[in-house]
Ligand binder design. Structure first.
Ligand SMILES: [Zn+2]
Length: 505
C-alpha cells in the first residue's frame, strides 16, 4: 500500500509580513524558496541541499511525480504509512527550525487495495474532494509567546530576541536590531542580497519570489534603461507623480498602498473541475484551468505594472510580495494605486475570459489599504485581508469587486462601500472631473457630508451646488440630485468618491 504525503506552507502572507521592513519580507521569500526547492533544482543552482533531500534519502520514501506542482507544497510517497508520516513530520520540523514563524501542514492518506482485484486506488482518486476526510492532517503553528520578561525581537515584536543583527540597513531605526531566530534568518539573506531564484521556468515566477522575476521581465521589455528594486517601503512611498504639482492634494508624502487580490470561488471551481477530470479519466482540463488562471495573473500583473511606470522612474514602482495560484499581494506608491488596481482587474478579467467549468466562471475581488509607508507590513496585511473578505461578501463571492481603507484619512475603523469594477468605470467621468476641481470646492463638499441628518446634508449640498458651478457639474456627472431625492446610498457614494479622489491618478 502506498501512503501519499503533502507538506505545505500555510498562511504565507501573514508569515512574510511578520517583518516591519521590506528586507525582512525579501529575506523570508528567499528562505522559503530555498526551503521548498526540489533537491535537483538546488543542486543545479549550486546551493545548499533543501530539507526535502534528507527526506528523499530515507529508505522507502520517494518523490510523488503525479502530484500537482504547487509552490510551497512538497509531495512524496512511501511504502509504509508510519515511515511516510514520520518523514512528513520530520520535514515540517526541519522547515520550522529554519523559519520558526512558519505555519506548516502535514497531510497524508494511504491508498486502499481492492481485495478482489488487488488493484490499488489511484492518486487522482484520492484527490477527489469526496475523499478529503480520509486525509489525516497535523498543523504546526508558530508557538505562542509566553515569557513576557524577555526582550522581544525589534523587527517582528512577536518572538523573543535571540540574535544580534549585523550591519545597518537604510530603514533600521538607529542601531542594528536584535532579532528572533526567524527574522535573523531573513536578515542573513537580506545582507547578502541574495536573489537565488528569479524564476522556475522561463515564463513562470516562483510564488514566493515574484519581485525579482517581475523586475527582470519588465527590464527585458524595456531594453536599455534598467529599473532597480526599491530599497524599502518608505522609498516606494516617495515615488510621487511629477505632474501632481498644483493638484488638489496636499498629502503626497510617503504613502503606500497594499493590494490583496484573490480569485472568487476557486475552491468550488476546482471541485467541479476535479469531478469532470475523474469522469473523463484525465486531469487535462483541470491543469488547463489552473494554468489559465496563473497565466492570466501574470498578464494582469505585468500590464498593471507597466501602466504605472512613469518616464522619470529609475526604480520599479511595484513590490509584489506573493503571487501564486489565484492570489496577489503587492505594495505600490499610493499615488498610483487606483490606476494599478483598475488595470490589474481589467486585464485579469480579459485574460480569464472563458475560464471556468460549466457555468461557473473565474472572477476576482481585492482589498486595498492605503497608509503611511511606515505602518508595519503586518498591520497592512491584516487590514487588507479583512477588506478582501468584505469585498468578496459584497458580491456573494462571484464578481469583480473591491473595497479599500485610507488609514490616514478614515482612521483604522473607517469603512467604504464594496464597489464593483463596472461601478468604478461608470464613475470615472465624475472622478476625472473631481480631480480637476479646486481644493476649496472639494473641501466644501466634504464639509456638507459631515452632517448626521440626511435632509440637512441634502439641503447644504443643494445650496452649495447653486453657489458653485463646479459642484453642480460634479453632482450631475455623478448622477446625484440633492434637490430631487437624496438617500443614504447617494451620501455614501459621494463620500467614497472623495476618498478615491485623494489618490486618483
Ligand atoms: Zn522577529
Amino acid at each position: 500500500m502506498t501512503t501519499y504525503v503533502d507538506v505545505g506552507i500555510q498562511r504565507i502572507q501573514a508569515h512574510l509580513a511578520r517583518s516591519r521592513h521590506l528586507w525582512g519580507r525579501r529575506g523570508a521569500s528567499e528562505e522559503v524558496v530555498r526551503l521548498t526547492m526540489s533537491p535537483a533544482a538546488a543542486k543545479e543552482k549550486g546551493i545548499e541541499a533543501p530539507p526535502m533531500a534528507e527526506v528523499l534519502a530515507l529508505s522507502g520514501i520517494e518523490a510523488n511525480d503525479e502530484a500537482i506542482d504547487i509552490d510551497g507544497v512538497l509531495s512524496f510517497k512511501g511504502r509504509s504509512e508510519d515511515d511516510a508520516r514520520d518523514a512528513g513530520l520530520l520535514l515540517a520540523r526541519r522547515l520550522r527550525t529554519r523559519l520558526p514563524g512558519l505555519t506548516v501542514q502535514v497531510s497524508w492518506i494511504t491508498a486502499d487495495v481492492q481485495p478482489e482485484t488487488g488493484i490499488e486506488e489511484r492518486y487522482i482518486d484520492l484527490l477527489d474532494p469526496a475523499q478529503s476526510r480520509r486525509w489525516e492532517k497535523v498543523t504546526f503553528r508558530p508557538a505562542p509567546y509566553e515569557f513576557p520578561l524577555v526582550r522581544l525581537c525589534d523587527e517582528c515584536k512577536v518572538d523573543p530576541a535571540s540574535h544580534q543583527a549585523g550591519k545597518r540597513f537604510p530603514d533600521d531605526p538607529g542601531v542594528a536590531p536584535r532579532l528572533c531566530a526567524d527574522c535573523f534568518r531573513r536578515r542573513e539573506h537580506a545582507e547578502r542580497r541574495r536573489r537565488t531564484v528569479v524564476s522556475i521556468g522561463p515564463k513562470h515566477p516562483n510564488k514566493f519570489c515574484v519581485e525579482w522575476w517581475l523586475l527582470s521581465e519588465i527590464n527585458q521589455a524595456r531594453g536599455g534603461e534598467e529599473l532597480k528594486g526599491v530599497d524599502d517601503l518608505g522609498k516606494l512611498g516617495e515615488m510621487i507623480r511629477p505632474d501632481a504639482a498644483g493638484h488638489v492634494r496636499t498629502h503626497r508624502d510617503n504613502h503606500t498602498a497594499l493590494v490583496f487580490a484573490d480569485g472568487n470561488g476557486l475552491g468550488g471551481l476546482f471541485e467541479a473541475a476535479h469531478r469532470a477530470a475523474v469522469e473523463a479519466g484525465s486531469t487535462l482540463e483541470m491543469q488547463a484551468l489552473s494554468k489559465g488562471i496563473g497565466e492570466a495573473l501574470i498578464v494582469a500583473l505585468k500590464a498593471a505594472t507597466e501602466k504605472i511606470i512613469l518616464p522619470g522612474d529609475d526604480r520599479l514602482p511595484v513590490v509584489p510580495h506573493v503571487m501564486g495560484g489565484d492570489d496577489l499581494l503587492v505594495s505600490l506608491p499610493a499615488e498610483r494605486c487606483w490606476e494599478f488596481l483598475v488595470e490589474f482587474l481589467t486585464r485579469f478579467q480579459d485574460a480569464a475570459e472563458g475560464l471556468g467549468v460549466g457555468d461557473r466562471r473565474v472572477s476576482m475581488s481585492a482589498g486595498m489599504v492605503i497608509s503611511k509607508a511606515e505602518l508595519p507590513l503586518a498591520n497592512q496585511v491584516e487590514i487588507a485581508e479583512q477588506l478582501l473578505k468584505r469585498a468578496k461578501r459584497g458580491v456573494d463571492g462571484q464578481g469583480w469587486s473591491f473595497t479599500w481603507l485610507d488609514v490616514t484619512q478614515d482612521g483604522p475603523g473607517g469603512e467604504h462601500e464594496v464597489w464593483t469594477l463596472e461601478g468604478l468605470k461608470d464613475r470615472e467621468p465624475a472622478l476625472g472631473y473631481l480631480g480637476e476641481m479646486s481644493a476649496n470646492s472639494v473641501q466644501s463638499i466634504g464639509g456638507t457630508l459631515t452632517s448626521r441628518d440626511l435632509g440637512v446634508m441634502a439641503q447644504k449640498l443643494e445650496y452649495l451646488a447653486k453657489r458653485v458651478d463646479e459642484v453642480k457639474c460634479l453632482l450631475d456627472k455623478a448622477g446625484i440630485k440633492p434637490s430631487d431625492r437624496f438617500d443614504d446610498s447617494d451620501a455614501r457614494a459621494l463620500k467614497d468618491l472623495l476618498s478615491i479622489n485623494r489618490w486618483w491618478r
